[in-house]
Design a protein around this ligand. Structure first.
Ligand code: CU
Length: 93
């Protein structure tokens, strides 16, 4: 493969990789029933188990969870379902 073809292949790879990156979304879930410092740990574990979730930052002080996820793999409904299953109903702020 010559250099021109290689460059073309690299460009094609970048183009196909772009939509996957663009699908990363962030949502803040309100979790009003947190009542102690360990609640966020339970909620974070539940959220991180959802396929497509790459990051979950849960704050007891703010009673919320900031979740980064791939919207091709999961959605807000699946995230709120996961926190509810762990004992903490939530909703998108
Ligand atoms: Cu607690």
């Amino acid at each position: 493969m010559n250099n021109k073809l290689l460059a073309l292949a690299a460009t094609a790879l970048l183009v196909t990789a772009a939509p996957a990156f663009a699908a990363q979304k962030q949502v803040t879930l309100s979790v009003p029933t947190m009542d102690c410092e360990t609640c966020p740990v339970t909620i974070r574990v539940a959220l991180m188990k959802v396929p497509g979730v790459s990051k979950a930052v849960v704050s007891y002080q703010r009673r919320n969870a900031k979740v980064t996820y791939d919207d091709a793999k999961t959605d807000v409904a699946a995230l709120t379902k996961a926190t509810e299953a762990a004992g903490y109903p939530s909703f998108a702020e």
